[in-house]
Design a protein around this ligand. Structure first.
Ligand SMILES: CC(C)(COP(=O)(O)OP(=O)(O)OC[C@H]1O[C@@H](n2cnc3c(N)ncnc32)[C@H](O)[C@@H]1OP(=O)(O)O)[C@@H](O)C(=O)NCCC(=O)NCCS
Length: 144
């Protein structure tokens, strides 16, 4: 089992996980490549026996980080991988002296909201009918 920074060679496999999880962002392989190369971004993945099972990507600016993309492949869900990825991201952001992490999540995405709440995130705001003019987005955040 290994938490590690993603490399460009991982982009194809990260995009496959994203395809399996409709609630994640949809960057595709090219999007992951450019994010991994971006100095303001951090992309981690969780690997077991050479297989990538999940990832988390965020961007940082000044003292704020924002989680932009996060998924665990369906067959590996509910094994604590999401929580470990999120906890690792929180620690890393804190170690770099940043004070705040925010994210946006579909209000119908109860697994993700439950995970963020378990990690200490609170609801900071709401964007009405943000997704396709239908579902609201919750803005969640945590002060480190
Ligand atoms: C959200 C996601 C990353 C969670 O990954 P995971 O590895 O299954 O999460 P974990 O096993 O670490 O679970 C940690 C906590 O999350 C919550 N959780 C995870 N899956 C859940 C589910 N299906 N129903 C309810 N709560 C759930 C629980 O609070 C759980 O804690 P518990 O095990 O003590 O009950 C995963 O479900 C996923 O990829 N979802 C699709 C993509 C997505 O929604 N990304 C976030 C966009 S903002």
């Amino acid at each position: 089992m290994k938490m590690r920074c993603a490399a460009r060679r991982d982009a194809f496999r990260l995009a496959l996980i994203e395809q399996m999880q409709p609630m994640s962002a949809h960057w595709g392989e090219k999007g992951f490549c450019s994010e991994i190369a971006n100095a303001s971004a951090r992309v981690w993945c969780w690997e077991e026996d050479g297989e990538i099972l999940g990832f988390l990507a965020l961007r940082q600016a000044a003292d704020i980080a924002e989680i932009l993309n996060f998924a665990v492949q369906p067959k590996s869900c509910r094994r604590g991988i999401g929580f470990r990825l999120l906890s690792h991201a929180l620690r890393d952001v804190q170690l770099q002296g940043r004070k705040t992490i925010t994210l946006e999540v579909n209000i119908t995405n109860l697994p993700a909201i439950s995970l963020y709440t378990k990690a200490g995130f609170k609801e900071w705001g709401r964007r009405e009918k943000f997704y396709g003019g239908k579902e609201d987005a919750l803005i969640m955040g945590i002060q480190l």
